[in-house]
Design a protein around this ligand. Structure first.
Ligand code: UDP
Length: 237
């Protein structure tokens, strides 16, 4: 464990990341690859919790715009996160990693309900805990859920795995001169509206002094390298 700077982390993966090259839904090869990345760090003793979004299946806001009542649409989005959580659980257990899914919306026949102390115990025992159904409340996002659970689990860092290797001053896909920040303050992220995560998630992390690390999940071994302090990323703190 001496290898890693952090002992316990929460990794947020957006739903879109699970699509791989698909236009919608879950690409099982991509889920397997992420599971492999998680296993590698888990095998080195890192305590890991996950929050997975649902943009690959259902987003409340866009569906509300299309005519579904907003809270109902958000509950549908939360249910979709449970599907992603189960897909990830299956991939992790296939690799021999003990995993528990806890849902903020109780559904006992499918997974455990969210119980903070039980989740902390799972983590201490070396199980990967996947927090599903966001915060359990409409009008929130899985970014906020990730920050909330990171604070509740007393994590040392909140990791946001994205398609790019950090936070840039402009879009690196369209601007070849875009500059990546190695470090950023919470204040700059909020005042410049850098949209790394929701403002409520960033504020919660600032209040609890938990760093947010933005890195690329697209790079093989990226999670391990970032945890070992050798990877490319942006650290917000
Ligand atoms: N959601 C919600 N409350 C929460 C978390 C999520 O209502 O605490 C709903 C919301 O409709 C959101 C959807 O679930 O659009 C999927 O989450 P999110 O958009 O954060 O997923 P991501 O962008 O990370 O894939």
């Amino acid at each position: 464990m001496a290898e890693y700077k952090y002992k316990r982390v929460l990794l947020k993966i957006s739903g879109e990341a699970l699509m791989g090259s698909l236009a919608y839904g879950i690409d099982t090869e991509t889920v397997k690859r992420f599971a492999g990345e998680i296993k590698a760090a888990h095998d080195k003793g890192l305590e890991i919790a996950l929050v997975i979004g649902a943009g690959n299946i259902f987003r409340g806001l866009s569906s509300a715009a299309a005519g579904i009542e907003r809270s109902t649409a958000d509950y549908m989005g939360m249910l979709a996160t449970v599907m992603n959580a189960l897909a990830m659980q299956s991939a992790l257990e296939e690799l021999g990693v003990d995993t528990r899914v806890q849902s903020a919306i109780p559904m006992q026949t499918v997974c455990e309900p969210y119980i903070r102390r039980k989740a902390a115990r799972h983590m201490a025992k070396g199980r990967v805990v996947i927090f599903a159904a966001g915060t359990g409340n409409p009008y929130f996002t899985t970014d906020t859920a990730a920050a909330l659970r990171a604070a509740e689990m007393e994590c040392d860092a909140l990791l946001k795995g994205t398609q790019v290797d950090g936070v840039y001053d402009s879009d690196p896909k369209t601007n070849p001169n875009a500059k990546r920040y190695d470090k950023l303050s919470y204040h700059k992220v909020l005042s410049d509206d850098l949209r790394v995560m929701d403002a409520s998630a960033v504020t919660l992390m600032r209040e609890n002094k938990i760093p947010i690390i933005v890195f690329s999940l697209a790079d093989q071994g990226g999670f391990d390298r970032v945890m070992a302090g050798q990877g490319v990323c942006t650290i917000i703190g």
